[in-house]
Write a new protein. Structure first.
Lengths: 491, 491, 491
């Protein structure tokens, strides 16, 4: 990489000294000065321009910190571990989705899942994080919260007060939230699988993680209006899972079903190509959820293992109920239903993992496991093609998991916490608020995603691959390669 | 889900106020009142009945806790991480077993592993946990230990004393133990693979994790008679691994060998279908063992990394010895023997990971790696069909790992700890106690499992699939699906 | 195992009492006394001889420890978790390499990766650890550092001062370093894949992890001459990744390209056989890197999550840049390029993860992502066959990651840290030192590995399999088995 030598003097001493407009102007001025328009030269501008913005050397000085105390160490250590587990869920989603789809589209699904997480982290860092955790109704300028103007300027300074209070440091807080944003995008992937164009899906993911998800998230997790009403969603059954599912549903509706999915209006089974990796993916997701749910306590305390237990019991309940129920209805225990039962149980407890008794969690998961069997059939009956059952798992069970708090939720994780549900003496208020939250997330996501998918489709000549490409497989069409070139295909 | 409105008044104010018999009576009364017998309606009764039992709102009030100290935070955080690692071992077992069996049975194996963990957690929660950690010879009533009457009532209350003493909270203790119970059940799966009926295996697993394993476990880990004699089994070479292996051996003997395994009394190699996932599984098990062994310290202290080192060295020793030894005997390094060598090393150090020097651990693992090569041949020679070598790994090396403490074990993990083995000055007592423990676990498990498998077989018309189903593959017969439908099969 | 009874009296009271020469003499005397020369009998000598050396019972007494404080607990807990994550990277490397190579060599690649980690741990324990962390220019005798004479005697004693100072205990320090040694060996595996003989590769790995890597590592991480010059390599872009890559490059050059890689001097694409496991491997490596980089802080403090963020952003930057750039140059987003872009980003930030701003890290990763696309083409153009792009990822990006600190690095992780790079006001000194370090590692590794590979080749009749074996596949030739025997091969 060649770098012009006098650049470093362009670097302002501190960000504060440079006006916010000066940065982009410097960038443009530099770009105009370039004689060549080859992409490499342009790319070389990026670090130079960032130097101009002083971004390689932000100037706020860190204060001396007091000795790191037990709470500070444990909280930050636990959240880092939880974040790593949530990031590992990307592997789980990739394996479940790829395994449950056909061989000819495996590369496409793997590429989507892999690339979208990289993109989601970047988009959430640039924009989403400050949008989601902005201070007021976004501080005059739209995005200006924890993250300063534009997320990428978020202030990583660790203050003495943070240490004294045992607070999370800004970096681990950001990374945990960024991993969640990635999850929402990954759920979409399942609903639009085997027919969406790669580039168009990528652009949608960018919009989702930069704007749609963060604004929705701020309603609850940044103390927004839903939080003010008393809405409960501990780890995101609604915020993350249902938002991802609604976003994907719009995509699935606009795309239409895969060729061959419906014959004379009747849904056909299109079996996945690799049950080994799908099962592995389910188990990776299971352990990843121990970051997702217990991590949402945002601290290490006596409640964290409690959340791990409710999460486990719900997964177990979901698996058992879905297996029994699908065996009763279809005669044999279907492995994809065991997988979906586990995931349904996990999603069903994601909102209430801190507001259900252990028994309540197991039953919530079990009901989720039954719901998912019905939901898969209902989605088929509605003529919607959801290749891996993502709407049934993340959408329907996301709603169920949000509502169940209003049925038999309790007020916290200590034994003897008061009932807040309709069925255990808490009245109907909580159920109403939970339902309102579900509706709000559905409407917001449906409307914004309809616009987003439609605009993308209009700009790029549709979001669906050609019929010929779909039949041949997206791996060849979108990526020019095969997932398993050394193996002979069946038929 | 429709719920009858007047149910909530059935909820007693506290569990203590309701007699233990009243609960089931309420349940039966409700069920008799139902007019429809469709399964959905019945299932809807479950949460309602549980409300009747007050299980969505146990009433013991939690006390105010003192500030969480470093030991409390570190101990609980570490145990939670260890638990997650042990749960991840399910993915390892599933991949090793599926990869080492044939393609036509992959769905069945994956389904068994996935479902059985969900079931084991539930069964252990309902019954096993309080049975295993009951206070006395089970407090008059059989199951009445840490978990109150029936495990699912186990008291999750965190007391001020727990915080002061840095104790594990009950939830993380339960979850860690439940994950261990799941491991025992998973080991069985390997021994009965490719010929056992799905439903019958599931019922056996339920009995194993609810009754057989917990009672065996209490002998040592709940301060039972073996513990009183000074028996050492730090993380369960005998308690978990040999129990699982004996339970599976009975199944394998009752099932008989797979079709084609023995031709004219000579064992035939039946190669596994997917070495990639088998290898991945071995590596997942390796890291999962860092939860299994170091987690068994049940606290975070200076000894935890020591156990991680002995565990690592034994795995390394096992891999190296098994590879060299199988190359010497068969001419080429067999990948399945490298995998089994690693697992043999890990099992061989599971009992003694806190009672062996580092050199002692490496050698114990290496001897285990050699033993497993012999044992696989011996099992074949005995006409027993153990498809993935589970008895050799978990049974034979489980015993070896228990005995080695009596050969060159030391009294703790500090350098300079006194020798307690026959060969390092500790006399023969420890070796005798270790041998007694091995025998006790063998007898208990063989007897109870023979009864359990036999009763299940008698009730459901045998535990083995039909010859036609076995030849076609259990995936079609038991589950109506294929693991890799897009790939052409060899032949 | 039969053991002669009077052996235990041969055990000296302490190692210190026995002269270092006495041990091997005892061993020889015992061996000479054996009447049978069958391998089993010989193997039985090993534990007996070790007893003779007192290795099952080292005698230094541990002191009473003060109460374990928060820093001690958090530091050791975090390092143990980080170590487990680094060890998990073995699964990632195995899956990426196996997936990107052909089906007929899958067993060989899996066996290499699995076995070499076991071997690396053992070799590093015996020799490497004390060589790398020796006190002076190796204390008169060559290997005599932290680990005492020969690494396997390393002193695991936890002293009261360690507890007071919150130091890492020796066991976790050893295990973390051993996992790093294993990584270096694994990188080599990729460069020599699909044509190297199994045994010869194993011997090379032994030499690498016992001697070549530890000596190179001591230059920086044991306060050696490069550290004295101010060379920065936080987690090992140069020390681990470039050393592994240079070592492999020598192997690749001596082996020559695979049959069919170059036709009339033009490089041919040889597609990998399993993109599902390759993608899984990349995601496992991603999360494993959270042990590799943040773990290299060697403590739990406010900087650890910062390192996790720079690591994440670089991976994201690498993925995005490589994907865009490879799409621009070849028309379609290639999944292997997304994978290599992620890995390139991760390697590019490994040296500077504690010396780059967040923006600086993202850009460093992105530049790495572009570099890797060029590098893969350049390696092909140079007529070198690097089957999985390991030299491009670990070698070229390892150098880039080392150099970028000299371009826009900063002096630490606090916001406002002073620039130390050429482009952000730090002058040219750091860049010069970084370049010197890169050159030193290149020269050392190239020279020593050339000797090692050549000697091995000379001793064992070459390091490459026969042409017939290569065409048939190394799985049959080296291991006598297939990875996927139930599947039909293409063509």
């Amino acid at each position: 990489m060649t770098v012009a030598s006098p650049v470093s003097r362009l670097r302002p001493k501190s960000l504060q000294e440079a006006s916010l407009l000066e940065g982009p102007q410097l960038l443009l001025r530099k770009m105009r000065g370039m004689s060549s328009n080859r992409s490499l030269t342009w790319l070389a501008c990026v670090p130079i321009a960032l130097l101009g913005l002083g971004l390689f050397n932000l100037s706020a000085r860190a204060a001396e910190l007091p000795e790191l105390n037990a709470a500070f160490l444990a909280n930050n250590l636990w959240l880092l571990v939880a974040t790593i587990l949530v990031i590992f869920m990307n592997a789980g989603f990739a394996m479940v989705e790829a395994g449950m789809c056909r061989q000819k589209n495996a590369v496409n699904i793997l590429a989507k899942n892999l690339f979208v997480f990289a993109l989601a982290v970047t988009a959430y860092w640039f924009i989403g994080y400050s949008l989601m955790y902005g201070n007021a109704f976004w501080d005059g300028i739209l995005y200006y919260g924890k993250g300063g103007a534009l997320g990428l300027f978020f202030d990583a300074t660790v203050t003495p007060d943070m240490v004294k209070d045992g607070s999370l440091v800004p970096t681990v807080d950001f990374l945990f939230q960024a991993a969640f944003a990635g999850t929402a995008a990954t759920i979409v992937s399942g609903l639009v699988a085997e027919r969406v164009k790669f580039g168009e899906f990528v652009i949608f993911s960018l919009i989702l993680t930069a704007f749609i998800y963060p604004i929705a998230g701020s309603w609850k997790w940044n103390g927004g209006w839903l939080d003010g009403l008393g809405f409960i969603d501990f780890a995101g059954s609604s915020l993350v899972h249902s938002v991802g599912a609604w976003a994907g549903l719009v995509g699935a509706l606009l795309l239409g079903p895969r060729i061959g999915k419906f014959v004379n209006g009747k849904a056909q089974a299109i079996p996945g190509h690799n049950m080994s990796i799908a099962t592995l993916g389910a188990l990776i997701l299971w352990i990843g959820w121990y970051g997702f749910n217990p991590g949402s306590e945002l601290a290490m305390d006596q409640y964290v293992p409690y959340v791990a237990v409710t999460t486990t019991l719900a997964a177990a309940g979901g698996a058992i109920a879905a297996t029994i129920f699908s065996t009763l209805t279809s005669g044999k225990p279907d492995l994809t239903m065991i997988i979906n039962g586990i995931l349904a149980g996990l999603v069903s407890v994601t909102a209430g993992c801190g507001n259900l008794t252990m028994v309540g969690a197991w039953v919530a998961g079990a009901v989720g496991g039954i719901i998912v069997v019905f939901a898969v059939a209902a989605v088929d009956a509605a003529g919607i093609d959801d290749p891996v059952g993502a709407f049934s798992v993340h959408g329907v069970c996301g709603i169920w998991g949000t509502l169940v708090i209003g049925l038999w939720g309790v007020d916290g994780m200590d034994p003897g916490a008061a009932g807040i549900g309709l069925l255990n003496g808490g009245g109907i208020t909580q159920l109403g608020v939970q339902a309102l939250g579900c509706a709000a997330y559905a409407i917001w996501t449906l409307v914004t995603c309809w616009i987003a998918w439609s605009v993308i489709g209009a700009m790029f000549g549709g979001i669906r691959v050609t019929e010929a490409e779909e039949i041949e497989g997206l791996d060849i069409g979108e990526h020019g390669m095969e997932a398993y070139p050394d193996f002979a295909s069946a038929k």
